[in-house]
Ligand binder design. Structure first.
Ligand SMILES: Nc1ncnc2c1ncn2[C@@H]1O[C@H](COP(=O)(O)OP(=O)(O)OP(=O)(O)O)[C@@H](O)[C@H]1O
Length: 232
């Protein structure tokens, strides 16, 4: 059985004349927390949309747990898209009930524990939440699922530093020692660095550098300083 969670071979994705991914080849091992890093427009969200089957590549192949992306592989993926929102009239409690019914692998007890840890009250309505509170709700709905792959697209965007620290601490606590593969794209690399044990640096739809975070650190220094050097 393969040790790879996701395998991309020579993947090219065009949006009209714009090439978002260009002959991208990448192998992500199972059971790692992976930082998908790169400047605006480097192709991070496009890669996630291809993995979740929301869009198709013009060339190349993608395999998720050995299968082509589609509804079967999506039962194995919890995906938090960029700029995700929840139903305004749902309280946290109602969102958890909804998730229990409709999201494969959602565990309510885990969600309630995470909500307490991330200071999110169960009777709050999504419509009355601050951006940071809603971001925490969206994140919990994703990570409280017992699925082999979790994809978080910019989970910390627009969230203040205190809330970010709280979310990252909750994530580290929740993810540590698990056997899930977690892909996280973020520009908050300095704060999120401790989360990653594997890193992929993209630029203009290609992989510039990828590998085990410890090996990269011993070779080049901290992940955030690698980023500074690569995109200078
Ligand atoms: N639906 C679309 N139609 C046209 N062009 C698109 C579309 N989605 C993405 N692109 C383009 O593809 C390229 C890659 O975009 P993508 O959103 O994947 O980058 P990203 O690395 O996630 O960026 P960011 O860090 O800003 O979220 C960009 O140049 C973007 O403008």
């Amino acid at each position: 059985m393969s040790n790879s969670a996701i395998v991309c071979q020579n993947v090219t994705k065009q949006y009209g004349a714009k090439r978002a991914l260009s002959e991208l080849t990448l192998e992500i091992p199972k059971g790692r927390v992976v930082g998908i890093l790169g400047p605006n427009g480097s192709g991070k969200s496009t890669l996630f949309r291809l993995i979740t089957g929301l869009t198709r590549a013009e060339h190349g192949s993608i395999h998720v747990l050995g299968r082509l992306p589609g509804w079967r592989t999506n039962c194995d993926i919890a995906y938090l898209p960029d700029r995700a929102r929840w139903y305004a009239n749902h309280t946290v409690e109602r969102a958890f009930s909804w998730a229990e019914q409709f999201l494969p692998g959602f565990d309510r007890a885990t969600a309630e524990r995470l909500a307490e840890q991330m200071h999110l009250e169960l009777d709050m309505r999504a419509g009355g939440m601050s951006r940071g509170q809603e971001a925490r709700l969206m994140l919990i709905l994703c990570i409280a699922r017992d699925v082999p792959i979790i994809i978080l697209d910019e989970p910390f965007a627009g969230i203040d530093a205190i809330s970010r620290e709280r979310i990252i601490a909750g994530l580290i606590d929740h993810m540590s020692g698990g056997d899930r593969t977690v892909l996280i794209s973020t520009h908050e690399i300095y704060e999120a660095e401790a989360l990653f044990d594997y890193a992929v640096f993209l630029d203009e739809g290609r992989v510039l550098l990828a590998g085990d975070a410890e090996q990269l650190r011993s070779q080049y220094g901290a992940i955030h300083s690698i980023q500074q050097k690569l995109y200078r």
